[in-house]
Design a protein around this ligand. Structure first.
Ligand SMILES: O=C([C@H](O)CO)[C@H](O)[C@H](O)COP(=O)(O)O
Length: 211
């Protein structure tokens, strides 16, 4: 069964906590998006985990250097997954994997902006990555890009890792992502931009469970 990850991309602490409360019944992973974690820091990780101990918390650090050093406090604060850029040095990626393993967590390697995504995915998996993230970022989405072809390429490698997909996923595309092999589907704007985020999350949950 694929997991749904809700991307919390507001900068506002209270609004983030309130949105998480609304969608929690329908999602598996609460993601603290990159702008949100930079703005709010460890305090938000602790508060979200305390409010939702039954959910995984993904901290979207998009680490680029000092992998173990940067990721460790976020795992210690209650994060279950942190992200590291696939564009970073393999030593950095290995550092985040080490921090994850030391804390019973998972490291996600984000392929955003990576040219040879298959090569990085294979290398990261060989070094113990837990999750490979296929990701078309918000700016690339605005330029018309989507993650769907890259998702097929990465799941087609048959690596012994979970594959996550992010980048404008909505009710029209979520089932095809699951069918293409995504173990985790990430949804941000399609939930937080909906008239009722809870209703949108509920609808996406039903679509994923039926896929
Ligand atoms: O990771 C994200 C982005 O880089 C900002 O941190 C988004 O949370 C991710 O793209 C999911 O959001 P949507 O694309 O709006 O579904």
């Amino acid at each position: 069964m694929a997991e749904i990850q809700m991307a919390l991309d507001s900068l506002d602490f209270d609004a983030t906590m309130a949105l998480a409360e609304q969608v929690a019944p329908y999602v598996d992973i609460l993601e603290i998006g990159t702008p949100c974690i930079k703005y709010n820091g460890l305090k938000l990780v602790k508060a979200l985990k305390a409010a939702h101990p039954d959910k995984k918390i993904l901290v979207d650090l998009k680490t680029m250097d000092a992998g173990e050093y940067e990721a460790t406090p976020f795992f210690e604060a209650g994060g279950d997954i942190t992200t590291v850029l696939g564009a970073s040095d393999m030593a950095t990626i290995k550092g985040v994997i080490k921090a994850a393993n030391a804390n019973g967590g998972e490291a996600q390697i984000d392929l955003i902006g990576v040219e040879d995504k298959a090569a990085v995915a294979k290398d990261a998996a060989a070094n113990g990555a837990h999750i490979i993230g296929v990701h078309t970022g918000l700016d690339a989405q605005a330029a018309g890009q989507t993650p769907f072809e890259d998702l097929k390429t990465i799941t087609g490698l048959g690596l012994n890792v979970k594959v996550s997909v992010a980048g404008g996923i909505n009710k029209d595309t979520i089932q095809s992502c699951v069918k293409a092999g995504a173990a985790i589907v990430v949804v941000g704007a399609a939930i937080y931009g909906a008239p009722s985020p809870a209703e949108s999350a509920k609808e996406l949950r039903a679509l994923v469970d039926a896929a």
